[in-house]
Ligand binder design. Structure first.
Ligand code: AMO
Length: 438
């Protein structure tokens, strides 16, 4: 094709466009709409189209004799999910869903949809892997759109909350020269003639910034080369990160609880319709503080396995059952179970914590080490070479205050707010052990 001319004048259309939800909210008569064909029915003398856009759906009704033959002819040949433009009049109708329908004067097919590879109706039974193969089409569905509208609110509310707290938003590099979380789960990249890695966390950078700008936050993409394929792990995930100077773990646990409560309140306020579509009953969470030792005792009583320096999935699940709709902070965590940058507290304990919500870890954090000599010691204790962390260690030599922070998994938070079982449902384009496209 050498030339393409737009079927309608898009600039003009954007000036006049009516969103479908406005039809039900305002007394409109002449409307110009565009969207996707959800469904159609042909009763011979009368033809129905269900048109949907991002805001809702409406019935378009063509009655023989009342609507031009040209329009009726087009109504006959539109395939499901094709993109159409409709110009018409809104009338009240008792039979139509929502009590209103559109009588079309002009219909144009802007983009034809071929035979659909997956079911995108509200009653779709297509399995998740197949849906993810065609995620761009899966995103036509109301339910899927509801998930990501809510995730958008979560991110927006997080930003809003942090700005109110007086934090500044920062961006950090995604290519790093050495591990920030320790361990082996790094993706290697070639960086000219050097070896580099995709960032596991912005940990070291957010600390450096907190040591000058006091309160800093970001929404950061992390890469974890974890080999296990579970319903709660991704190889590429997002974290809501926060770091604050002059703070210990208790100061930032309080910030975390208020941040999550603010986010949930915003979702309740702004996403009523989406929560209804997803049939979610959401509550603003309570907050509970327990030491690691207290949790161990609880688990012993409950007969649930808990590791020496970690909770494990069974114990997390149990905490969710015992304390539903509650952010459970588990603090005074064994030092051996926390990364090298977490501040020791004596007696084998640390100033690190995990936050458990609805039976799953949503966040970990703690007070950090701001003393270079102690940091070197802890790196060595974790079998890491201080030479690889020179610039990070040096950043604490010139007036670095005590500081603390945390990172919340965005996808984890979304799945737990919505009671969704598989993390892949709440990320538009998941990267897991087997999936690199789309
Ligand atoms: P951590 O590694 O515990 O801590 O990660 C923080 C939170 O991020 C989420 N998360 C993940 N979500 C999905 N898939 C994964 N593979 C994955 N890994 C982590 C979880 C987890 O609780 N730098 C520290 C945070 C800090 O101390 O500030 C860190 O990254 O919800």
């Amino acid at each position: 094709m050498e030339e393409y001319e737009n079927i309608i004048d898009l600039k003009e259309f954007n000036n006049k466009r009516v969103l479908i939800k406005e039809i039900f909210e305002e007394p409109l008569v002449d409307v110009e709409l565009a969207g996707w064909l959800y469904d159609s029915r042909d009763l011979g003398k009368i033809k129905f189209l269900i048109l949907k856009d991002i805001s809702g759906q409406v019935q378009v009704t063509g009655v023989k004799g009342k609507v031009s033959d040209d329009v009726l002819k087009i109504m006959d040949k539109i395939s499901r999910e094709s993109v159409i433009y409709v110009k018409g009049k809104v009338i009240n109708s008792k039979q139509a869903p929502g009590g209103k329908e559109v009588i079309p004067e002009q219909i144009e097919i802007l983009a034809n949809a071929e035979e659909l590879p997956i079911d995108v109706t509200d009653f779709s039974k297509t399995e998740l892997p197949k849906r993810l193969d065609y995620r761009f089409l899966d995103l036509h569905r109301k339910k899927i759109q509801a998930i990501f509208k809510i995730q958008s609110t979560i991110m927006q509310a997080y930003r809003e909350f942090m700005i109110k707290e007086g934090a500044i938003e920062a961006v950090f590099p995604s290519i790093i020269s050495s591990s920030s979380e320790g361990g082996t789960d790094l993706f290697e990249v070639k960086y000219f003639n050097k070896k580099a890695f995709l960032s596991q966390s912005c940990q070291l950078y957010k600390q450096m910034v907190a040591c000058s700008m006091e309160k800093v936050f970001t929404i950061f993409t992390v890469w974890r080369a974890e080999k296990h394929n579970t319903v709660r792990h991704l190889n590429e995930a997002r974290q809501l990160d926060y770091e604050q100077a002059f703070a210990d773990e208790f100061v930032v646990m309080d910030v975390l609880s208020r941040a999550v409560q603010y986010i949930v309140k915003k979702v309740l306020e702004l996403n009523k319709k989406e929560l209804e579509i997803l049939e979610v009953k959401l509550k603003v969470p309570d907050v509970k503080y327990l030491t690691f030792a207290e949790v161990k005792k609880i688990m012993e009583k409950e007969g649930v396995h808990c590791e020496e320096d970690d909770l494990g999935t069974d114990a997390e699940k149990k905490l969710g059952e015992l304390f539903p709709d509650t952010i459970v902070f588990v603090h005074d965590w064994p030092l051996s179970g926390k990364p090298f940058y977490i501040m020791p507290k004596g007696n084998g304990l640390s100033r690190g914590f995990d936050a458990i919500y609805q039976g799953m870890e949503i966040s970990s954090g703690g007070q950090r080490i701001h003393i270079p000599e102690l940091l070197e010691e802890r790196l060595k204790a974790n079998n890491l070479d201080p030479k690889n962390f020179k610039s990070y260690i040096d950043s604490f030599r010139y007036g670095a205050p005590p500081h603390a922070g945390w990172g919340i998994g965005l996808e984890r938070l979304t799945m737990l707010i919505l009671g969704i079982k598989n993390i892949r449902e709440v990320i538009m384009f998941p990267r897991d052990r087997d999936r690199l496209t789309p």
